[in-house]
Write a protein that binds this ligand. Sequence first.
Ligand SMILES: *[C@@H]1O[C@H](CO)[C@@H](O)[C@H](O)[C@H]1NC(C)=O
Ligand SMILES: *[C@@H]1O[C@H](CO)[C@@H](O)[C@H](O)[C@H]1NC(C)=O
Ligand SMILES: *[C@@H]1O[C@H](CO)[C@@H](O)[C@H](O)[C@H]1NC(C)=O
Ligand SMILES: *[C@@H]1O[C@H](CO)[C@@H](O)[C@H](O)[C@H]1NC(C)=O
Ligand SMILES: *[C@@H]1O[C@H](CO)[C@@H](O)[C@H](O)[C@H]1NC(C)=O
Ligand SMILES: *[C@@H]1O[C@H](CO)[C@@H](O)[C@H](O)[C@H]1NC(C)=O
Ligand SMILES: *[C@@H]1O[C@H](CO)[C@@H](O)[C@H](O)[C@H]1NC(C)=O
Ligand SMILES: *[C@@H]1O[C@H](CO)[C@@H](O)[C@H](O)[C@H]1NC(C)=O
Ligand SMILES: *[C@@H]1O[C@H](CO)[C@@H](O)[C@H](O)[C@H]1NC(C)=O
Ligand SMILES: *[C@@H]1O[C@H](CO)[C@@H](O)[C@H](O)[C@H]1NC(C)=O
Ligand SMILES: *[C@@H]1O[C@H](CO)[C@@H](O)[C@H](O)[C@H]1NC(C)=O
Ligand SMILES: *[C@@H]1O[C@H](CO)[C@@H](O)[C@H](O)[C@H]1NC(C)=O
Length: 775
Amino acid sequence: MIRSQSYCFLGIITIYFFFCLLLLPNIFASPTRYLCRPNQRDALLELQKEFHVPTTSWNKSVDCCSWEGVKCDTIVGEVIFLELRYCNANTSLKFNGGLFKLQHLRHLDLSLCHLQGEIPSSFGNLSHLTHLDLFGNELVGEVPTSIGSLSQLRNQFTGGEIVLANLTSLSHIDLSSNHFKSSISTDLSGLRNLEQFWAHDNLFFGPFPSFLLMIPSLVDIDLSQNQFEGPIEFGNTSSSSKLKVLNVGDNNFDGLIPESISKLVNVIHLYLKHNNLGGLVLSSILNLRNLERLDLSHNNFRGRIPRSISKLVNLQFLDLSYNNFGRRVPRSLSKLVNLSELDLSYNKLEDQVPCCLWRSPKMYSVKLSHNSFSSFGNSVEVINGKSLSWLDLSSNSLQGPVPQWICEFTFLNNLDLSNNNFSGFIPQCLESFSVLEKLNLRNNILSGFLPDVFIKGSSLRSIDVSHNNLAGKLPRSLINCEWMDFLNVKENKIKDTFPLWLGSLQCLNVLLLRSNAFYGPVYNPSAYSGFPGLRIIDISNNNFVGSLPQGYFANWTTMSFVWHGYTSPEMNYVGTYSPVFDSMDLVYKGVDTDFARIFLGFKAIDFSGNRFSGHIPESIGLFRELRLLNLSGNAFTGHIPSSLANITSLETLDLSRNNLSGEIPRGLGKLSFLSNINFSYNHLEGLVPQSTQFGTQNCSSFMGNPGLYAIEEICRESHHVPVPTPEQTEESLSIPEEPMLNWIAAAISFGPGVFCGLVIGHIFTSYKHEWFIAH
Ligand SMILES: *[C@@H]1O[C@H](CO)[C@@H](O)[C@H](O)[C@H]1NC(C)=O
Ligand SMILES: *[C@@H]1O[C@H](CO)[C@@H](O)[C@H](O)[C@H]1NC(C)=O
Ligand SMILES: *[C@@H]1O[C@H](CO)[C@@H](O)[C@H](O)[C@H]1NC(C)=O
Ligand SMILES: *[C@@H]1O[C@H](CO)[C@@H](O)[C@H](O)[C@H]1NC(C)=O
Ligand SMILES: *[C@@H]1O[C@H](CO)[C@@H](O)[C@H](O)[C@H]1NC(C)=O
Ligand SMILES: *[C@@H]1O[C@H](CO)[C@@H](O)[C@H](O)[C@H]1NC(C)=O
Ligand SMILES: *[C@@H]1O[C@H](CO)[C@@H](O)[C@H](O)[C@H]1NC(C)=O
Ligand SMILES: *[C@@H]1O[C@H](CO)[C@@H](O)[C@H](O)[C@H]1NC(C)=O
Ligand SMILES: *[C@@H]1O[C@H](CO)[C@@H](O)[C@H](O)[C@H]1NC(C)=O
Ligand SMILES: *[C@@H]1O[C@H](CO)[C@@H](O)[C@H](O)[C@H]1NC(C)=O
Ligand SMILES: *[C@@H]1O[C@H](CO)[C@@H](O)[C@H](O)[C@H]1NC(C)=O
Ligand SMILES: *[C@@H]1O[C@H](CO)[C@@H](O)[C@H](O)[C@H]1NC(C)=O
């Protein structure tokens, strides 16, 4: 009963979403003779009128048994199968409608038809139904018990009630993704054949419905994403329970895992994540020898990871992240030869990373970040590293050189060693990582150079070596990384000219060179300076010089593109097609701010702290969605370009410490998002625009401009500190606006005709729907 819904993803300048309707193949009876019985055809035609089914597919002059979505009994010509998904009927079911004259129906699918109102009692006429799918409608009422042999039911009620009590043949119940708001206390024990009970993604509350476990036929229970609370109890479960899947994740269950869990001997998937469960991990869990997937993440479990975890020999997926597990990781973990995904991140684990965690020939992903690991165990015996795709050791206390054995994992896709104390050189073997997409070495004490080893066809998309001691030049082979969207080398000692040659990388979204020893001009009249994909550039605190022509920014097409937002919130961030978002820090509103994710619409230019001269290019006004412009601490001369008034999204504008003269353009007074302005230490003169945005600035934003007037008011305000009234307290003490910490570093670029996002399938398991993103 898992339904796949396909969603398509188009990227040509802007991205459109639409439903790719699953068109049903016409696999029905042959149209050579008229099989369909006239009364069945007439019932269908009646239904066609009620539901507005398009006439082209249901044509009177064609055998009704070959109509789209219809199947007949091949001997007597009765309609036994009807599938009308997405029919958008937008009506209620009539008591004596055509549907109820199709009394031989066995399979009825009216999902996503916008049906409303009561389920009419004439539904009871459909007594042969074994499969009923009413998902995506707003029907309420009782499913008549005369549908005695119904084995599958899928429904969507909006806040309605569902009565199932005596449907003894029912084997599958799917109430998922509705708005049910009640406890589950009804006795369902009459459902003697129930195998699957799915209630995830609702508002169910109350205690754990332990009576479910007394239905001996149950195989699969999914209660996740609800508001159940209290302890989990398996009290009267029979130990011959057939249960294979138990998902109670994303609820408010608390207390300990009960000993009685050991009765679920056949369970293979156990998901307890995102609750308030605590205590030690019991040996009773470790007796569930058939477990293949165990997720205890986001709870309060503590103590050591038990050594006997190696008894779970079938384990393929183990997630213990976001708990309080401490001390050493048992070496025995490496005995789990079928383990392919291991997540121990965000715990208090310490000491050695056991050498052979990744020894399992099937190991695909190891995440150990945010612990206190300080060294690696004896790593000589690394073998079978071929399958490892994801290695995250970030935010630990690891030190010494980057271990040489990393070079054996030639199929690494994502390598994150950031926020440790790794020293020495970056290994040359980077070149053997043929499928590496994301390399994060940020915030270590690495020295030497970024190796010049990037080859044509490289899949690297994101490189962060910021906050190290790297010197030398940017490797010219970076140009081979044609998918690169994120390059961060800030806070190093790199001594090079401006990488104009990166301007041809269509996808480059984020370029951060801050605080290095870059020098020379950023513009060469004989070289194209396109940067078509760029949306964030920080080249501050280097030794760049020279003036910029008025049209300097004209070819930065993405920067000037106006973003209209997308229908899916998932799509609002750079790098969304990648499993991890890019993060960065940026001086924003005067504060070095961490951006864990970068919103696709966020655009910023920081050229501060260099020696640029000449006029500020008028073409800056093309960037209507620019949020941050910092040109402070240069030697810009001339007037402030009036085109700045066209940047309606501007929040931070710092032109301080330049040689600007003339008046502040009146139009800037209209920029309603501008909250952080600094014009200090220039030669500006005349009247400060009289607007709220200007009036609320700090006096120091205008000082050092003897010719400016009408700032007395502003300066008087900020010189004496008034006793705040209660209302003012809240405003002035609150953080000055949400610093967008949730913004994802998005890297989907759509420069002219180019789409930089790769294609991936994104599976939202909680919805049991598959989403496909394609273009
Ligand atoms: C119905 O089918 C007949 C014969 O195939 C065809 O001539 C006619 O155009 C069809 N009508 C519609 C409404 O599609
Ligand atoms: C459904 O019908 C109602 C009333 O007839 C109308 O207001 C509503 O817009 C319709 N909805 C759709 C999705 O067609
Ligand atoms: C239900 O079935 C009975 C006969 O079994 C028939 O008389 C009645 O008309 C049917 N109801 C509808 C609404 O078709
Ligand atoms: C279910 O069946 C029992 C006994 O057969 C009966 O007493 C009860 O009323 C039925 N419940 C419903 C909702 O039909
Ligand atoms: C377990 O069964 C006993 C005896 O049948 C009963 O008293 C108790 O309430 C049941 N516990 C649960 C949680 O159903
Ligand atoms: C590992 O998985 C394979 C199948 O993928 C299975 O045959 C084997 O028994 C498993 N090993 C253990 C120790 O469970
Ligand atoms: C790195 O080493 C320095 C100096 O020994 C120490 O202060 C710092 O805490 C270490 N950082 C990490 C992440 O271990
Ligand atoms: C912008 O592109 C045009 C056409 O490709 C080119 O002639 C012009 O020199 C470019 N401008 C800059 C500043 O690079
Ligand atoms: C602009 O850049 C300078 C130097 O990098 C920095 O000190 C200042 O805080 C920045 N201004 C804003 C408003 O972020
Ligand atoms: C600013 O301009 C004045 C002359 O107008 C010049 O003397 C001074 O050197 C300039 N300052 C800078 C930093 O360029
Ligand atoms: C601002 O944008 C408008 C519309 O594109 C344009 O006509 C105008 O010249 C721009 N103003 C400046 C000062 O660049
Ligand atoms: C404006 O810039 C000057 C010089 O860079 C600095 O001293 C002052 O604190 C800044 N004012 C504000 C409000 O950031």
